[in-house]
Design a protein around this ligand. Structure first.
Ligand code: GTQ
Length: 350
C-alpha cells in the first residue's frame, strides 16, 4: 500500500515538473545541493599549455591575418572543463597575443580590465591613454577598464604576450561596453615612461597639482620586470620562504595599496631549487606563467610539468603543491580582489 502511494506521488511530481517547464518554473529541491554546494565544485580543470606549440600556431595565424584585420590577433586559452565560455577560469580569460613588426592593433576601450604579461620580443608597445609603455620580456602592463589602448611594434621582431582579462566577470554582470577610437592609434600625448616616473616609485604627484595627470583610482600601468625581479631577489635574500607560497610579492595599485585593478590581483613568486610548497587551496582560481626554471605543479592529484613560459591554471579550491626543480619564478593572476570585495575569498593551508 505504502509503495503504491509512493509510486503515485513520484508520478504526480514528475507530472508537475513537466507542467512547470513551459511556464519557466523549476523545482529547487531537485537542484539545491548543486546551486548551494557544501564547498566549491568548479567545472574548471587543472591544465598546462606548453609555450612552443602555442607560439607555432600563433605565428601561423600571423601569416594568415593581420593585427589590424583581426583587431586583436589572439589565441584564447580556454579551460577544457569550460567549453564554449572562452574562460580559463569561471571568472577570468587568458589569451596569447601576437604583434608582428610594423603592425598596429587599433585603439579601443572597454569596460573589461586587461593585463599583459610579456613572453617574447623587445621594444613593442602598449599605449594607454596616449602614452606608450615600451615592453620587455616579463614586464606587466595594465589597461584598466575604460582606458584607451592600442598596441604597436616598431621593433624588428615579433612580440608575444599573455592577455589576462576579466571578460567572464563582466559578462556575469552583463555590464560590458566597448567603443573604437576610429583611428588606429591614439595621439601620443605624453612621452613614454612618464607615468612610471610620476607614480612608480612609492611617490606620487601631490593630489590636485597640475602634475597629477592620471585617473585618480588607477594611475600606474607599467610594472617592469627589472624592478619586480630585483624586489623578489631582495625578499629572498632577506628571509625564509613562506611554506605555502615561497617568496611571494603582490603587485599593488599605488592609489590605494590594493590589487592592481578592480577585478584582478597579480603576484610573483620565487621558489628556491628543491623547495616544495605545503598543500594550499583558495577560492580564487589562478593562472600561472613560468618565468624561469622548471618543476612540477600537483593540482588535486593531477601532475603538470613546468618549463619556461608554460601557462597553467589551478581552479578554485583545488589543492596546489609546487615543486621547484631549479630556482622557479612564477607570475600569477586571479580574481582574489573581486572575491575579497564580495566577502567570498577563502583559503586553507594544510
Ligand atoms: O588587447 O584589448 O585578448 O580587447 C581580448 C580582448 C585582448 C585587447 C584580448 C581585448 C584585448
Amino acid at each position: 500500500m505504502a509503495e503504491i502511494l509512493a509510486n503515485d506521488r513520484a508520478a504526480q511530481l514528475d507530472g508537475l515538473y513537466a507542467e512547470l517547464k513551459p511556464h519557466n518554473l523549476y523545482p529547487l529541491w531537485t537542484v539545491l545541493s548543486a546551486l548551494v554546494p557544501r564547498e566549491p565544485a568548479s567545472g574548471a580543470l587543472p591544465f598546462a599549455w606548453d609555450y612552443a606549440p602555442m607560439r607555432d600556431y600563433l605565428l601561423r595565424a600571423g601569416d594568415l591575418i593581420s593585427a589590424e584585420e583581426a583587431e586583436r590577433r589572439v589565441l584564447i586559452l580556454e579551460n577544457p572543463g569550460l567549453p564554449g565560455t572562452s574562460g580559463i577560469t569561471t571568472s577570468l580569460y587568458a589569451g596569447l597575443q601576437l604583434i608582428l613588426p610594423g603592425e598596429v592593433a587599433p585603439c579601443h576601450r572597454h569596460a573589461q580590465s586587461a593585463l599583459r604579461f610579456v613572453l617574447e620580443g623587445e621594444g613593442a608597445f602598449t599605449a594607454v591613454d596616449g602614452e606608450k609603455a615600451v615592453m620587455h620580456p616579463f614586464d606587466l602592463v595594465l589597461t584598466p577598464g575604460g582606458q584607451w589602448h592600442d598596441h604597436g611594434n616598431h621593433s624588428g621582431k615579433p612580440m608575444i604576450w599573455l592577455d589576462g582579462l576579466d571578460i567572464p566577470t563582466v559578462r556575469a554582470f552583463d555590464a560590458g561596453f566597448a567603443e573604437k577610437l576610429g583611428a588606429s592609434a591614439h595621439p601620443e600625448t605624453v612621452a613614454p615612461g612618464d607615468t612610471l616616473a610620476r607614480y612608480g616609485h612609492n611617490l606620487r604627484p601631490m593630489k590636485g597639482s597640475a602634475a597629477d595627470r592620471r585617473p585618480a583610482h588607477q594611475p600606474l600601468f607599467h610594472y617592469p620586470y627589472s624592478q619586480w625581479r630585483a624586489s623578489l631577489d631582495a625578499l629572498a635574500a632577506a628571509g625564509d620562504p613562506d611554506p605555502h607560497l615561497g617568496h611571494a610579492l603582490e603587485f599593488l595599485n599605488p592609489a590605494d595599496g590594493g590589487a592592481i585593478m578592480a577585478t584582478i590581483s597579480a603576484h610573483v613568486r620565487l621558489l628556491p631549487a628543491g623547495f616544495e610548497t605545503r598543500p594550499r587551496r583558495s577560492t580564487d582560481g589562478t593562472i600561472f606563467v613560468v618565468v624561469e626554471g622548471k618543476g612540477e605543479a600537483e593540482v588535486a592529484g593531477t601532475s603538470l610539468p613546468l618549463a619556461e613560459r608554460t601557462v597553467f591554471v589551478v581552479p578554485s579550491w583545488r589543492e596546489l603543491r609546487l615543486r621547484a626543480g631549479s630556482d622557479l619564478v612564477l607570475f600569477a593572476y586571479s580574481d582574489r580582489t573581486s572575491q575579497e570585495k564580495l566577502n567570498l575569498f577563502k583559503e586553507h593551508c594544510a
